[in-house]
Write a protein that binds this ligand. Structure first.
Ligand SMILES: C[S@@+](CC[C@H](N)C(=O)[O-])C[C@H]1O[C@@H](n2cnc3c(N)ncnc32)[C@H](O)[C@@H]1O
Length: 247
């Protein structure tokens, strides 16, 4: 059934800072894109296929990397300032894609209708990542895939202390982003198995957001996605991270 919940606006959406952030976003990431992120995006997105939904598509930095195997591309972006930049990127690239004003927690697609969901640096920002992951599981076809690049809570106790200390100011600066969120654990707790995943470093970015996971996740079993997961919160169970290999 298509989700008919009311629209959930991202935190800070519509403010002057959110507008400024959307303008500063590409220049802020410029060095990091050149230092390796662009290559990570390209390598990840070679796996995209079929009907593809990108959540929190931002300014459209993934757009140049979608392969021909993608038969339909839908870019879901709930923030109006980001969406307007996304529209400009699309026009500039002459690319065919549909824009949707939708948060990851309430995707306007029927159950089991999407082959690939893409999330790059979005699960750190959504207010309810467990709800977003359940929604991704709902729209995904059997055999569908979730492709992710996310920065995560560090394994290093020293860095984690800084991630926790700076979480609040970073969140204000980066429009809702939680630098200390244990996203790999959340993905597993919400009924996905992270496979072909690797850890990497987000070079040329502040250390608190450098630890990355990059990979592909599939639903472990349809019933898992329908049950209420335990909230992984900021906890640090070993299960999901131990599946990752160095990269
Ligand atoms: C750090 S940016 C990432 C942009 C892009 N995905 C990238 O790889 O550069 C986070 C994006 O998530 C969007 N966002 C915030 N809350 C969201 C939500 N609840 N659902 C989907 N996207 C959300 C923001 O508007 C923003 O575009």
């Amino acid at each position: 059934m298509e989700n008919s919940r009311t629209h959930i606006a991202p935190p800070g959406s519509g403010t002057a800072w959110a507008r400024a952030f959307s303008i500063l976003y590409d220049p802020f990431l410029w060095a990091a894109e050149l230092a390796g992120l662009r290559l990570h995006r390209k390598q990840l997105l070679t796996q995209a296929r079929g009907r593809t939904v990108e959540i929190g598509a931002g300014t459209g930095l993934n757009l140049p990397h979608y392969p021909g195997d993608v038969t339909e591309l839908i870019l879901a972006e709930p923030d109006p300032a980001m969406r307007s930049r996304l529209q400009k990127s699309l026009s500039r690239n002459g690319q065919r894609a549909r824009l949707a004003d939708a948060p990851a927690e309430a995707l306007p697609f029927p159950d089991g209708s999407v082959d690939t969901v893409v999330s790059t640096f979005v699960l750190c920002t959504v207010d309810a990542p467990d709800a977003a992951l359940r929604e991704i599981a709902r729209v995904m076809r059997p055999g569908g895939q979730l492709l992710i690049i996310e920065h995560v809570r560090s394994d290093s106790p020293a860095l984690v202390r800084w991630q926790d200390r700076l979480a609040r100011p970073w969140r204000r600066f980066a429009c809702g982003c939680r630098c200390n969120r244990a996203t790999a654990e959340l993905i597993s707790a919400c009924g996905f198995e992270l496979e072909h995943a690797c850890e990497a470093s987000w070079r040329a970015m502040p250390p608190i957001v450098r630890p990355l996971i990059i990979g592909r996740a599939q639903k472990t079993a349809p019933s898992d996605a329908e049950t209420e997961p335990q909230s992984a919160g900021q906890a640090q169970p070993a299960s999901a991270r131990s599946q990752l290999s160095g990269g």
